[in-house]
Design a protein around this ligand. Structure first.
Ligand code: SF4
Length: 284
C-alpha cells in the first residue's frame, strides 16, 4: 500500500526570500548583457546559490567590491545592509537593486527615527547575523546587541528596543523585563516576523501525526535547523536532507511507515521540495 505524504501547511520560501530570489531571476532574464551580483549569498541554501552561479550570477562582499564596474548590477538580499555599505556599493557605479525584506526595512526606519530622537537602541538578536549588522548601521553602530539582556547594565534614560526578525519572542520578553526595570522611558517594538513562527508551528503539528518527518533545507540555515529540532522532538524518525538525493532507502522499505511529513526552511525553494515529493511518489 502507498504511503501518505503530508506537507506542513507553512513551509519553504518566506515572502522576503521569495521576493529577493524572484527579483534576481527576473533581472537576469531581462538583462543578459551586464554582470549581475548578489551582495553575499542571496539565501542560505547551496542549491539556490549553485543555481544562480550556473546562470552567471555571482557574489560580492566588502572585500571584493573592487571587481564591480559601472553598469554592473548588485542585488541587496533580504537581510539588508547598513547605510555605509550601501554608500560603498554606490561608489562603484554599479546599479543597486534593493531586495531588502520590507519587514527588515521597517526595522531600519524605526532605528533611524529613534536614534535621531536621542534614544539608545537595543537590538535583541545575534550580533554576527548580517541582518543585525545591517540594522546596527542605522544608529551609527551604537546599538546594544543582546540575546537575553544579560549584558545590559547602565542605561540611557531613553531606550528603543527592536528584535531581529527571526528572534525568539521569549528573548525579547526577557530584555523588555530587564530594561523596563532600569528605565522609565522605553519604547518596545516586537519586530519578530511571523514567517518563522508559522513554519515552526506547522512543523510541530505535522511531526506529531506522521511516522517519518523529512526536513528539507540547508544545514547552514539556522531556521531550517530549528525546524529539524522541533520535528525531532515531536517525531523520533525525523531526518534532515538538503535535497532528494539524501532521502534514505529505509523510508521506502519499512512497511510500518504509512505517513511521511515534509517541512522546509524559509530558504528552501519549491523546486527542491517538489523533487523530494516526486522521489517519494516514485516509490508508491
Ligand atoms: S523571515 Fe520574515 S523578515 Fe525575514 S526575509 Fe522572510 S519574510 Fe522577511
Amino acid at each position: 500500500m502507498g504511503k501518505e505524504i503530508i506537507m506542513a501547511e507553512n513551509a519553504g520560501f518566506c515572502f522576503g526570500v521569495k521576493r529577493a530570489v524572484d527579483t534576481t531571476i527576473n533581472i537576469n532574464n531581462k538583462d543578459n548583457k551586464s554582470n549581475i551580483y548578489t551582495f553575499g549569498p542571496l539565501v542560505h541554501n547551496k542549491d539556490v546559490t549553485n543555481f544562480l552561479k550556473e546562470k552567471g550570477i555571482n557574489e560580492v562582499d566588502t572585500s571584493t567590491l573592487d571587481k564591480l564596474k559601472k553598469g554592473d548590477t548588485v542585488i541587496i538580499r533580504s537581510h539588508g545592509v547598513s547605510p555605509n555599505i550601501m554608500k560603498l556599493i554606490e561608489k562603484t557605479g554599479a546599479n543597486i537593486v534593493d531586495a531588502t525584506c520590507p519587514y527588515v526595512s521597517a526595522i531600519h526606519k524605526k532605528i533611524k527615527k529613534y536614534y535621531e530622537l536621542g534614544y539608545q537602541i537595543i537590538i535583541v538578536g545575534d550580533e554576527n547575523h548580517p541582518e543585525v549588522i545591517g540594522s546596527n548601521g542605522y544608529c551609527n553602530n551604537s546599538a546594544i546587541i543582546t540575546k537575553d539582556g544579560s549584558n545590559i547594565k547602565n542605561l540611557h534614560n531613553k531606550i528603543c528596543i527592536v528584535a531581529q526578525t527571526t528572534e525568539k519572542k521569549a528573548n525579547l520578553d526577557k530584555v523588555q523585563d530587564i530594561v523596563t526595570k532600569l528605565c522609565d522611558n522605553a519604547v518596545i517594538f516586537n519586530t519578530i516576523c511571523n514567517a518563522t513562527k508559522e513554519r515552526q508551528k506547522s512543523a510541530e503539528e505535522t511531526a506529531k501525526i506522521v511516522d517519518v518527518m523529512i526536513v528539507v533545507g540547508s544545514k547552514s540555515s539556522s531556521n531550517t535547523t530549528k525546524l529539524y529540532e522541533i520535528s525531532k522532538k515531536n517525531c523520533e524518525n525525523s531526518i534532515f536532507v538538503e535535497n532528494s538525493s539524501e532521502i534514505p532507502d529505509w523510508i521506502f522499505k519499512n512497511n510500518n511507515i504509512k505517513k511521511i511529513g515534509i517541512t522546509a526552511g524559509a530558504s528552501t525553494p519549491d523546486w527542491i521540495i517538489n523533487e523530494v515529493i516526486d522521489k517519494l511518489l516514485s516509490f508508491e
